[in-house]
Design a protein around this ligand. Sequence first.
Ligand code: SF4
Length: 324
Amino acid sequence: MKYLFGPVYSRRLGHSLGIDLLPPKICTLNCVYCEVGSTTELTCERKEYVPTEEILKEIDQVLEQGPGGRPIDVFTLTAMGEPTLHAGIGKIIAYLKGKTDKPVAVLTNGTLFFDPKVRAELSAADIVIPSLDAARQESFERVNQPASAVNLEQVIEGLALFRREFRGEFWLEILLVRDMNDSLEDLIALQQAVRKINPTRIQLNTVARPPMDSRARPVTREKMEQAAAMLADGYAGRIDILIDFQAIGKKGAGEERQVRKRLALVEEIAAMLQRRPCPLEEIDKALHVQDLDLTRECVQMLVDTGRIEKIIHNDKEFYHYVNV
Ligand code: SF4
């Protein structure tokens, strides 16, 4: 599969079958915390970056053959960049809705929502998760480093318009970066933007994986709680703090070992790490191995052959893919 991956376990969505709409890395932003690396094509131009028909064929294949015995809770349109840049996104959502009763989610930076065409194309999705990290121009530029055509006021207006029109779940993600978008002024501006947008849910996050720019550091738990308290003022929806990155306890060790071919697991881990760096425990959970010893062995095979390497970020070990 070239465009579909998983299903992988996601904290927010459950078992998510990912659909990757763009080659790396085409985006309207170049966020300092991006886990994919620096944006190589900073643009707002929408076009068919990869053939829509090929993506639809892969969807058919998964629907006909199943995802290898693993459950799918949701189909998630995403990209190593901004998925709404793909001009076929509306067609892909409509296709999925016609073929399956599973929910369709879209992960987006929300910068193109001022475009009525983008809003119409996303309207058939069930869950849309846009992000808004700053509502002050200087912080927006510092954290998100937008393409010149991206206008912050328009972005906020577009998010508010889409929220009013959309009948599904609208979860606004806000990622705070220490000393970049976490000042009192920033939180007040975000509070005003949240009141205007009125998302179904707010998800507060911070830098948890190795970022594109080493200056991007996580905020403290206290800062997250302060931000949550401020955003809750005048907002009636739910606010989640997404900072639990701890390993999940292992169970059923040995069970997967009997059914899963070790080499296939090695390749699955390599494919996962090509998308983003991960700690060992997360690899184990996302790939449903539930056997840390087996996962560690497979990871070590990839380290030994130079395909991945271990890095330390915020005192935590991650593995990342080595591009050769
Ligand atoms: S919007 Fe997403 S993909 Fe684009 S630069 Fe920011 S974090 Fe990376």
